[in-house]
Design a protein. Structure first.
Ligand SMILES: Nc1nc2c(ncn2[C@@H]2O[C@H](COP(=O)(O)OP(=O)(O)O)[C@@H](O)[C@H]2O)c(=O)[nH]1
Ligand SMILES: [Mg+2]
Length: 149
């Protein structure tokens, strides 16, 4: 079975937007309360990281993932992850900063938050609507060939 990329982050941080881009899907955004399986992605609702009681489900779901992307929204850099949380996953964890077109003054907060979660560098700084940082992220996840489609 092909392994997917699991996307986690708080509500409204841009998970579904990023998932659609990684699936090369350009349809409308849907608000979901459930885990959404795309061709390459597992889009996890914000409630899973906003409630510590859901962490076990998150970790179980990650069993089918090649990578976990932990998103931090540059426009709203509130702390949402427990310190060291990235260490709960056995697959590779990547730190992704979303909405880098907004609130550049929060960039350093985002960087420090990813560090505190326990994610090693490099981090990926993206703005999906402007197609910033997406080639680098896709190449990292899918290789050069996979980044083209
Ligand atoms: N300015 C800006 N808005 C974004 C970006 N990515 C997503 N959004 C917007 O942020 C809102 C929430 O995005 P969504 O993908 O639904 O977030 P989710 O709740 O994490 O799935 C939507 O209105 C998106 O259009 C970005 O890079 N820049
Ligand atoms: Mg969503």
């Amino acid at each position: 079975m092909k392994k997917s990329v699991m996307i986690v982050g708080p509500t409204q941080c841009g998970k579904t937007t990023l998932a659609n881009a990684l699936n090369n899907y350009s349809g409308s955004l849907r608000r979901t309360q459930d885990i959404t399986y795309g061709s390459n992605t597992i889009d996890v609702p914000g409630s899973y990281i906003e409630n510590a009681s859901m962490y076990c489900h998150l970790i179980a779901t990650a069993q089918t993932a090649s990578h976990v992307l932990m998103l931090v929204d540059q426009s709203n850099a509130a702390e949402v992850y427990s310190p060291g949380f990235a260490k709960s996953f056995t697959c590779r964890v990547l730190g992704v900063v979303t909405k880098t077109d907004l609130a550049p003054e929060n960039a350093d907060l985002c960087f420090r938050q990813l560090k505190r979660i326990g994610i090693p560098e490099p981090y990926f700084w993206v703005c999906v609507p402007n197609n910033i940082g997406m080639t680098a992220l896709k190449e990292h996840l899918f290789g050069k060939k996979g980044a083209e489609g």
